[in-house]
Design a binder for this molecule. Structure first.
Ligand code: THU
Length: 161
């Protein structure tokens, strides 16, 4: 028997002023995307913005439904809308932000397990890691070098073959 451990490092920025210009722009697109959120049931407004290697930024927000499981998270809405642009372009980074009704959700939001799994497969298709920025609405940003850091031992498409 062996004890094994998995560790990862991430960056924490105190405010958007510390971000590179390109990350600052991506974070602002994620914030803008929250305005497209349809979240009358949870009142939790999530925005995701994806930067592609051709410079384009694709954004999306969570979309809910009275039949609750029909809804989709912002991250997956953004990724699944990429079909005509991907994989001809690489994903360079994804920024995610969220706010609640009272706007008190100040710490960086953390993507749900389904979105982590979907992002993990997109990263495999991407052929290279993409950075993940989790943007709190008090300005704090967590930066991860790979989505794999947030989903170690993820379900791998290779398992199926
Ligand atoms: N949500 C996202 O958009 N992304 C996540 O990673 C977690 C949750 C949405 C789904 C639902 O519309 C609302 O947040 C509350 O769960």
């Amino acid at each position: 028997m062996q004890i094994k451990s998995i560790q990862f490092k991430y960056l924490e920025y105190e405010n958007h002023g510390q971000l590179s210009e390109s990350f600052r722009e991506l974070a602002s697109f994620a914030k803008k995307a929250t305005e497209m959120s349809y979240a009358p049931y949870s009142n939790f407004y999530v925005g995701a913005a994806i930067r592609l290697s051709n410079g384009q930024i694709i954004k999306a927000a969570n979309q809910e439904n009275a039949s609750y499981p029909c809804g989709i998270c912002a991250e997956r809405a953004a990724l699944f809308s990429l079909a005509d642009l991907f994989p001809n372009n690489k994903i360079e980074a994804i920024a995610i932000t969220a706010s609640n009704k009272a706007n008190t959700m100040i710490s960086p939001p953390s993507p749900c397990g389904l979105c982590r799994q979907v992002m993990a497969e997109f990263e495999i298709l991407n052929g290279q890691n993409f950075r993940l920025l989790l943007c709190g609405n008090n300005g704090t940003v967590f930066q991860f070098e790979s989505v794999k850091d947030l989903l170690p031992l993820s379900f791998d498409p290779k398992f199926l073959s």
